[in-house]
Design a protein around this ligand. Structure first.
Ligand code: FES
Ligand code: MG
Length: 590
């Protein structure tokens, strides 16, 4: 039986172009040199690209080197021709000065590959934090049928009988090290135990959050995000993903048909219910912008803030990915939201069905891990959006505000949710590390630690540095966190209730540039305001001072990134790239 694609496959233009047998021969011959036959390539079957994000440099995604065989088997069985190619590596923990530089670079590279080669549809392999948004952003720009496949999280980590989650254990152990309760060897043992198998972070950090967001957007098969990397179901969903993308190629089911404002609002609500990473904000906004979908800063408050925390997963909760998966994973959380009327069930997905159809029968099986909507871990668990004279936009993750923090800062009678603190200002993380234990700063519990020069242009790339820990002297007194604020980001695995992603950043003249150590900052969570109590005349005078120092660009890409990238509030995308959408509608010239 021959199937007719809903739109002619673009690979025909390469391998079967009428009247261009000269070019066609050239296109075909080298793909034959590893054993493909001209019949295969001219049979009319879709060519399915597989974007390989795993490598020795990206251990979080390395499982894809094996999984890809199951993807290829699925593609072959469904009647497609697989072609695997490498994606620019992005590994969160080791890339200096920050992996954030790579999201837009991998995006650019992937756009060129998907657009310039005979690829009809693509499997986007994802895992580590930015591999997911980079892949989806590129799929939006090119707009060919695309499906994401996560490599899945690591198994749960255990240390001396306790669950230790990747990333989260680092932030918690860092405090113990600072307080003198553990030594460096014990620190490394705890870290190693948090990462017991192949896979990405097993906490609800940025990797798990972004793969969940892909499910929430309708871009992966249901359940894809949370299946641990070593589980048999991971290989099985790789196979099913391979099968499904072939049908999607025939159906011409492209990102532009799936990604709507409603699907992005679903993703925003899902992040709240998961207690997901603050990095979801620039990534969701970035993907929406490349998809041509308008999101407003107020959407995070209007649609996300009131959603309760349902997933009992670190850092906001207790458990890790394995147990989360067994409890029902992301579909079970979306099921709760759907029943509560907080999810648009009509949104279309890569299955060709709606979210509501996919979620039928996906109720959670372990209520300790995935709570019912009306018995959540925490009410109003979304991101707070703040503005004021220091920035136009910043967010705060409320699901990680601890009781201790709430009692100390947010519960004074008559002043609930309002506090004032003395600013201690650092110019980047080197400055922080040099000076945090300097006794002359007199840092106490009435201080707010501020870091600037850590945004997209200042760092460059925007660094995960805002979750600064208090000086050792305070840690030794049992003060484990101070309020923090900055124009950088923080790890999705961090349990710090920071005010972060402040835009515009200090490097482009944002308000943090004129802030001085010793200024009082007033934070009013109820009204979403954060202001330095400095009068207008003084602010105007300080604006004439030399701007805070930032490092020079050290590579060509750093320079280009700084020239072309926007602010975090707007997704930190390559601004000029947003206008390119649906490039696959125009086949590149011979
Ligand atoms: Fe790669 Fe967390 S560091 S997933
Ligand atoms: Mg990170």
């Amino acid at each position: 039986m021959t199937r007719t694609p809903a739109r002619p496959f673009r690979s025909r233009e390469w391998f079967d172009a009428p009247g261009r047998s000269d070019m066609t021969a050239l296109y075909l011959e080298r793909y034959m040199n590893y054993g493909l036959t001209p019949d295969e390539l001219r049979s009319g079957k879709p060519i399915i690209g597989i974007s390989q994000s795993g490598s020795d440099l990206v251990p979080c995604n390395r499982i894809h080197l094996q999984l890809v065989e199951r993807v290829k088997a699925g593609i072959r069985d469904a009647g497609g021709v697989p072609m695997e190619f490498p994606m620019h590596p992005i590994f969160e923990n080791c890339r200096r000065p920050t992996a954030a530089l790579d999201r837009n670079l991998a995006y650019l590279g992937l756009v060129e590959v998907l657009n310039g080669y005979p690829i009809d549809a693509v499997v986007l392999t994802t895992g580590c934090d930015k591999t997911t948004p980079a892949s989806i952003m590129a799929a939006c720009t090119v707009d060919i049928p695309a499906i994401t496949l996560s490599g899945g999280p690591m198994l749960d980590g255990w240390h001396e009988g306790e669950l230790v989650g990747s990333g989260t254990v680092i932030w918690r152990s860092r405090r113990l090290l600072g307080a003198g309760k553990i030594d460096e060897e014990e620190f490394l043992r705890r870290a190693a135990d948090s990462a017991p198998s192949p896979g990405h972070c097993n906490t609800m950090g940025t990797a798990s959050t972004m793969n969940a967001v892909s499910e929430g957007l309708g871009l992966s098969l249901p359940g894809n995000a949370a299946i641990p990397a070593p589980y048999r179901e991971r290989g099985q969903i790789a196979y099913e993903t391979g099968r499904r993308i072939v049908d999607m190629a025939y159906e011409d089911l492209r990102p532009s048909k799936i990604l709507t404002r409603e699907s992005f609002l679903n993703a925003i609500r899902l992040v709240s219910a998961l207690g997901g990473s603050t990095n979801a904000q620039p990534h969701i906004v970035g993907m929406a912008r490349h998809a041509g979908v308008e999101l407003r800063p107020s959407d995070w408050m209007e649609f996300g803030y009131d959603v309760p925390l349902l997933a009992n997963v670190q850092p906001a909760g207790q458990y890790l990915s394995e147990r989360f998966h067994r409890a029902g994973g992301v579909p079970a959380v979306m099921w709760e939201l759907l029943q509560a009327g907080k999810f648009d069930g009509d949104a279309l997905t890569v299955t060709g069905k709606t979210q509501a159809e996919n979620l039928n029968g996906r109720e959670a099986t372990d209520r300790e891990v995935i709570r019912p909507f009306d018995q959540p871990l925490k009410e109003h668990a979304g991101f707070l959006v703040l503005h004021g004279n220091l920035f136009d936009f910043a967010i705060m993750k409320t699901s990680v505000i601890s009781e201790e923090f709430r009692n100390r800062y947010l519960s004074r009678p008559g002043h609930e949710d309002v506090f004032e603190a003395r600013a201690i200002v650092f110019d980047g993380s080197d400055d922080y590390h040099h000076r945090i234990n300097d006794p002359s700063l007199n840092i106490d519990e009435n201080c707010i630690l501020v870091i600037r020069g850590s945004g997209p242009l200042g760092w460059p790339g925007s660094a995960e540095v805002v979750n600064m820990q208090p000086p050792d002297a305070l840690l030794q007194r049992g003060i484990t966190s101070l309020p923090t604020l900055g124009d950088g980001r923080q790890s999705g695995t961090s349990d710090s209730p920071s005010i972060l992603n402040a835009s515009p950043e200090s490097a482009v003249g944002g308000g943090l540039a004129w802030l001085h150590t010793g200024d009082t900052i007033r934070i009013d969570l109820k009204n979403g305001r954060c202001d330095a109590l400095v009068d207008e005349a003084e602010i105007a005078r300080r604006k004439d001072d030399a701007p805070p120092p930032i490092p020079e660009s050290n590579t060509p890409w750093e320079e280009l990134y700084r020239e072309k990238t926007g602010q975090m509030g707007e997704g930190a995308v390559l601004e000029f790239a947003v206008k390119y959408r649906g490039t696959s509608n125009r086949t590149p010239r011979h």
